[in-house]
Design a binder for this molecule. Structure first.
Ligand code: UTP
Length: 409
């Protein structure tokens, strides 16, 4: 994009502030700024004009049928055989969602590069790759792995994996791709400048993984490899079981378009999104959207009716993802503190929210799938998320759980 093109576009959009420092930039900085402007996804304008009503639950919400630990135990071998066969036939790929910024953990750089070891280094990425290699060993085949990064951490992430020899996984089985970015704006909808030579852009939320994969041209490759199922998982759960053959088998044999790993909600008020049926379709309802009555509702045998708490580990049927890919999923407008460069060229770190970011969420991908299998896993064995340094869902709690599972720290 040339300066003239950028100027014309920004005038039309009422965003000329992005060129405020252009004149004082050197050649390299100027092209960086123009590149950044070219990357802006303008769909945020429509989202701001017509924000979706995301509070409007109150529709027909019901509990959803799923597979409990007991159901799974009874058919474990059958599920394992079906899942392992699909993996051996190259039908399953994994996607690591590592585009987040890990602000709560407060690290610079990729969250997966965080060292959770005590007596020796053990990185989050490393622990997750150990879990994946266990499956490779069990099934006798590699699972192609796609790692989603963001513009903010891509280079560091790739360098970190290279430095660690891809954690013992074959290079040919790993591919990195960068997720799409969305602008950060002030309350008037004006895009902030992150620096004099770049607009404030941030990852567009973990619901953007498939559209980012498509844009990166990876769908052709998935087809060429014969992949039919994609297991997405979060970077922060160090007990994450990836491409778990029992889960894969149960999903395949159930004939659904999506499997969702879930832990039984520990108590009615627990802050976790749960699977439900909404107007006849599967969906995830957030804890703050459940009425007290629903949260406390129990089945005849005493278990909570809304009990399948999701842990960001889903298996999607590729053909269904493609079929629904052009349908828009909700874009959440979130108030955030956004660092920016002011009119005088000074960097400001706001103490309170000063603008909006636009995010899509993986939970919103469940509804378009039309059928889902809630698949219960043992919390103590499979769920150790690291969101904070200490307290709930922290480095401390994850270390405890790793130790319980025999991992030396
Ligand atoms: P979180 O919602 O915990 O966000 O991400 P985060 O950015 O890692 O952490 P905070 O909120 O800033 O503290 C859950 C998963 O989704 C990924 C994260 O990397 C993590 O695996 N994610 C999140 C993305 O890949 N892209 C995004 O834009 C957001």
């Amino acid at each position: 994009m040339t300066y003239e093109q950028a100027e014309k576009l920004l005038k039309e959009k009422g965003q000329e502030q992005l060129l405020r420092f252009y004149k004082e930039l050197n050649e390299a900085e100027r092209s960086r700024l123009l590149e950044g402007i070219e990357k802006i996804d303008w769909s945020f304008e429509e989202v701001l004009k017509n924000p979706e009503d995301l509070s409007g639950r109150g529709r027909d919400i019901r509990p959803i049928e799923g597979m409990s630990l007991k159901d799974i135990k009874e058919r474990r071998e059958e599920f394992f055989a079906a899942g392992a066969e699909a993996i051996r036939n190259g039908k399953v790929a994994a996607v690591l969602l590592a585009g987040g910024q890990g602000t709560r953990l407060g690290v610079d750089g990729p969250k997966g590069a965080y060292n959770i070891g005590i007596t020796r280094p053990l990185y989050i990425f490393e622990q997750q790759m150990r879990n994946l290699k266990d499956v490779v060993e069990e099934c006798g085949a590699y699972i192609p792995l796609y790692v989603m990064t963001s513009e903010k951490n891509h280079e560091e992430t790739v360098a970190f994996w290279r430095e660690h020899d891809m954690f013992g996984y074959p290079v040919s089985e790993i591919k990195f791709f960068v997720q799409d970015m969305a602008p950060a704006v002030d309350f008037e909808g004006k895009i902030y400048l992150e620096s004099k030579d770049y607009p404030a852009l941030s990852p567009n939320g973990n619901g953007g993984w498939f559209s980012s994969m498509r844009r990166a041209g990876l769908c052709e490759e998935l087809h060429a490899r014969g992949i039919e199922w994609i297991n997405i998982y979060a970077v922060d759960n160090v007990l994450q079981r990836i491409a778990d053959p029992v889960f894969v088998g149960a999903t395949l044999l159930s004939g659904v378009n999506c499997g969702a790993k879930a832990v039984a909600k520990a108590y009615p008020e627990e802050r976790v999104g749960v699977l439900c049926e909404e107007d006849g379709r599967p969906a995830i309802i957030e804890y703050y959207e459940l009425s007290e009555e629903m949260a406390n509702k129990r089945e005849k045998d005493g278990v909570l009716s809304y009990r399948y708490g999701v842990i960001l580990n889903y298996l999607f049927r590729l053909s269904k993802l493609e079929e629904t890919a052009d349908r828009r999923i909700p874009v959440h407008i979130v108030k955030k503190k956004i660092e920016y460069v002011d009119e005088c060229g000074e960097t400001k770190k706001p103490e309170r929210e000063n603008g909006l970011k636009f995010e899509t969420l993986a939970v919103d991908l469940i509804r378009p799938m039309e059928s889902v299998l809630p698949f219960e896993v043992e919390r103590e064995k499979e769920f150790a998320p690291i969101k904070n340094r200490t307290g709930v869902d922290s480095v401390d709690s994850a270390r405890e759980l790793l130790k319980k599972n025999g991992v030396e720290l």
